[in-house]
Design a protein around this ligand. Structure first.
Ligand code: SF4
Length: 357
């Protein structure tokens, strides 16, 4: 089917006016209206919230969003902040590349746009760190202009509504979903329409158990009519991830905890971490505990070793390590699994750990 055929076929299922009218009408009655980033249609608020919401649930994001704005209320405050400040504010949200993207985007907005976030998807996408979804979301939510958005919620809803039985990861499927999103974007009221689509996907057309009985699109929905609501979108077979092991050093004295900044490449780039032990732990080391963490490409079993004689000469390289006073720990960006582990032994110094989704 050519792209034009696909749009004609979609139009037969539901036409443009119908879809936007249904989604807008539903959102006015049932959608979410009081999320903190909806209260003021400030493009900086939308930028921060949309990047936080990638891979993280709304309920987790809300306190982070509020804390972020209390410390960095304007895009210029973020542009002027140090990387350590940004990472510390992000600590516990996980997927730290998002924080770096947000930081880069703010610096570019200040350097090239005089601190004013642009209002077209094309200009927004030229800013490093802003992808097609975030560009569409800022255009729609902050400026109420027409712009397509496709996130996981919209992709799932469209696959079911239009009966798309192709893998979501295929480039052709992604192109088709964006073409549909573009085609159905209304010329006016896109703020409400876009928010309605996201809310409908998140709260009604849910991944495992869609609430078709209360869905306003049920009469048109191909998946519902053909009894394929749980089959669509097509699921990718789960890959078996390889296992890896790593050893970390835990050394806490009255001068603080020993941490090292991770290299720019590899896992947890530039975050502060317990020093990784390369080779075998020394004989004097005692196993303090273990934790597991699943990355996208492998599963990690981490062992944490404590040593008491680290300051009097030991076998451990500590070139990039430094001692950090425990009360300063909240000012450092730690990987979420390390923060969660430390929370078990230093609960009063790490209150935001362990929220990674
Ligand atoms: Fe999703 Fe069911 Fe609505 Fe179809 S009818 S869009 S499957 S909630």
């Amino acid at each position: 089917m050519t792209p034009a055929d696909s749009l004609n076929h979609a139009e037969e299922i539901i036409n443009r006016t119908q879809l936007s009218a249904i989604v807008i009408g539903w959102h006015q009655q049932h959608g979410r209206h009081n999320l903190p980033w909806q209260l003021q249609q400030d493009p900086y608020h939308v930028l921060v919230s949309e990047i936080m919401l990638q891979q993280t649930q709304v309920a987790t994001v809300i306190p982070y969003f509020e804390r972020w704005l209390s410390k960095l209320p304007k895009v210029s405050d973020l542009a002027d902040a140090s990387e350590d400040e940004v990472m510390a504010l992000w600590q516990g949200l996980g997927y730290y590349s998002r924080a770096r993207n947000l930081h880069r985007a703010a610096r570019e907005v200040c350097a090239s746009y005089n601190g004013k976030i642009p209002d077209t998807p094309a200009e927004l996408r030229a800013i490093p760190g802003i992808g097609p979804y975030t560009a569409g979301a800022i255009t729609a939510f902050a400026f109420d202009k027409p712009a397509a958005i496709v996130d996981g919620n919209v992709a799932r809803l469209f696959c079911r509504l239009f009966g798309i039985a192709e893998p979501l990861t295929a480039a052709a499927t992604k192109n088709l979903l964006w073409a549909l999103a573009d085609y159905y974007t209304p010329e006016s009221d896109n703020r409400i329409y876009a928010q309605g689509l996201l809310d409908l996907g998140a709260t009604v057309c849910k991944p495992r158990t869609p609430d078709c009985q209360i869905c306003p699109l049920q009469p048109q929905c191909v998946a519902y009519q053909t009894n394929r609501t749980t089959d669509l979108p097509l699921k990718k077979p789960r890959a078996t991830l390889p296992n890896r092991e790593a050893d970390f050093l835990l050394s806490i004295t009255d001068r603080g905890i020993l941490l090292e900044q991770r290299p720019a490449k590899g896992i947890w780039p530039r975050l502060y971490c317990l020093p990784e032990i390369i080779g075998n732990p020394a004989n004097s080391a005692m196993l303090h505990g273990e934790f597991k963490h699943t990355f996208s490409h492998y599963k990690l079993l981490a062992r944490v070793w404590s040593v008491s004689d680290i300051e009097t000469g030991s076998d451990y390289p500590t070139v990039d390590s430094r001692r950090i006073a425990l009360e300063e720990l909240v000012n450092y960006g730690l990987p979420a699994p390390i923060a969660a582990y430390l929370q078990t032994c230093l609960p009063t110094h790490l209150q935001n750990a362990g929220n990674e989704t």
